[in-house]
Unconditional design. Structure first.
Length: 266
């Protein structure tokens, strides 16, 4: 049996599927936060003023004013999330998981899975979601959507959103500083999904996970080691990258996400 045939059999037999989607997945959906070839052209004023050349650098930067910050954030959110159209592969993944008991854990903050029509209750955005905002005071005053803020800024009518509890400026719901509060409800749902399925036939499908999101890699590898009924299918890793004790229960396909999904679906 070839690797892909084996992977298809595991998926067909699976009671539950966990998808881990990292930076490679974001890139496929159009958001490459480390790309330094287009930033200076698309955001020339910001690049010059703050000496930043990637989205990741720019998100880390404290701008001179909240207004300037929100103006810039709005450009990014509009371009990468509000104008986002799911890729062919994203649609194929949806078809692949349709009717299955699945959970998605992703480091992508671009709101892609929600927008592509996956069930919100089955998604944990580990690094937050920039279409949501949180209080900048450092206190956990909850999150709410920033989509209307973004739209207003894009029309030139924006104003800095304020916290309803303490009137501090709001900031993106992302780990840009020490006081990021992950979505506790989604985190709990994910942990519950892992716990209740520990003796079931679980397949972990790893898509585009790289060292920028170790939270999605190491824990899932160890869970697969601990649970004899679990299987692991990695798009990016090769068989040699996988631990010795997982050689029979894990497959490293070492190819692109789009190839993996196309082959698994076919
Ligand atoms: Zn507040």
């Amino acid at each position: 049996m070839t690797q892909i045939e084996q992977a298809k059999t595991w998926l067909k037999d699976a009671d539950n599927i966990i998808v881990t989607a990292g930076n490679g997945f974001s890139i496929m959906e159009g958001l490459d936060m480390l790309d330094d070839t287009t930033f200076d052209v698309e955001h020339s004023k910001t690049a010059k003023k703050y000496h930043v050349h990637t989205i990741a650098d720019a998100l880390d930067k404290k701008f001179d004013s909240w207004d300037e910050q929100w103006k810039f954030w709005s450009e990014l959110i509009q371009e990468y999330s509000l104008d986002y159209e799911p890729s062919k592969t994203m649609k194929e993944l949806r078809a692949l998981l349709d009717g299955k008991d699945y959970f998605i854990a992703t480091s992508s903050y671009g709101h892609f899975f929600e927008k592509a029509g996956f069930e919100t209750k089955r998604i944990f955005d580990v690094f937050g979601d920039w279409t949501q905002m949180q209080c900048s005071s450092g206190l956990n005053h909850g999150v709410r959507s920033d989509v209307e803020v973004v739209k207003a800024y894009q029309k030139g009518q924006g104003s800095v959103p304020k916290c309803e509890d303490c009137n501090s400026p709001m900031e993106l719901h992302m780990p840009l500083n020490a006081h990021f509060y992950p979505d506790q409800d989604a985190n709990t749902r994910f942990r519950w999904f892992l716990t209740k399925n520990q003796d079931k036939k679980v397949v972990v499908l790893e898509l585009g996970v790289d060292p920028t999101s170790p939270q999605l890699l190491d824990p899932m590898i160890s869970l697969t080691s601990e649970h004899p009924t679990w299987r692991y299918i990695a798009a990016d890793l090769s068989q040699d990258d996988l631990p010795d004790n997982l050689q029979k229960t894990a497959i490293g396909l070492n190819t692109s996400i789009s190839n993996v999904i196309k082959d698994l679906k076919g």
